[in-house]
Ligand binder design. Structure first.
Ligand code: ADP
Ligand code: 5GP
Length: 196
């Protein structure tokens, strides 16, 4: 992984991270409709969920292709999460920042720690659920993973909270009411500082 500093940029990187089920995808999906926000589309080796489209939620690629891109330095960061690889394409991110755009990046905590080194001036937001039962209930209701995989995600969530406590997030937002969460994050992106 490269830790060289990136080129000149006038945009703002906003990283939304947090455990599985905390609502990252839902929140970022709402925010991506804002005309001044560009959502970074990650590449992943995981299987498509029903309703997901290549190039919209993710670029879905095979493991060999993903590793090839890693070797070519095409990711700003990447990480393995529950047996699948996920990475942030470097070039579109860099281009959007150079164009002065606000780029929203939704990634796991390992990825957030890597991006912190590349973009120390970025805004890093840790999204979490009001309590653990809520995460379990929401993942169950989302119904996109088999119970075993869901259980593993909840275990990973505990590790992610531990890792998150050792790195510096600028803000923590508890995703209780969705509208309020989206409003808080919009406010933070716009330069407000009240969400702690
Ligand atoms: P993540 O991307 O962090 O894994 P998702 O965005 O997929 O989480 O959210 C997990 C589930 O919880 C989804 O089914 C989503 O619709 C639901 N959800 C997200 N935010 C809320 C909320 N504030 N209240 C109730 N359900 C929510
Ligand atoms: P999911 O399979 O639920 O879509 O994503 C699993 C985890 O991978 C989530 O925590 C999600 O935020 C994270 N993720 C998505 N894209 C990336 C990425 O490009 N890099 C990293 N490090 N994590 C990602």
């Amino acid at each position: 992984m490269s830790e060289r500093s990136e080129g000149p940029q006038t945009g703002k990187i906003v990283v939304v991270s947090g455990p599985s089920g905390s609502g990252k995808t839902t929140v970022c999906d709402r925010l991506r409709s804002d005309p001044h926000i560009t959502l970074s589309i990650s590449a992943t080796t995981r299987n498509k969920r029903p309703g997901e489209q290549d190039g919209v939620q993710y670029h879905f690629v095979g493991r060999d292709e993903f590793l090839h891109r890693v070797r070519d330095g095409r990711f700003a960061e990447y990480a393995e999460y529950n047996g699948n690889l996920y990475g942030t394409p470097r070039q579109p991110l860099q281009k959007a920042l150079e164009e002065g755009r606000t780029v929203l990046v939704e990634i796991d905590v390992q990825g957030a720690a890597q991006l912190r080194k590349l973009y120390p001036e970025g805004m890093f937001i840790f999204l979490d659920v009001p309590n653990r039962e809520t995460a379990a209930t929401r993942l169950e209701r989302r119904n996109t993973e088999a119970p075993e995989n869901r259980y593993r995600r909840l275990e990973t969530a505990e590790r992610e909270r531990g890792t998150a406590s050792t790195m510096h997030f600028d803000h923590q937002v508890i995703n209780d009411d969705l509208d309020e969460t989206v409003a808080k994050i919009r406010h933070l992106i716009a330069g407000g500082e009240t969400a702690g």
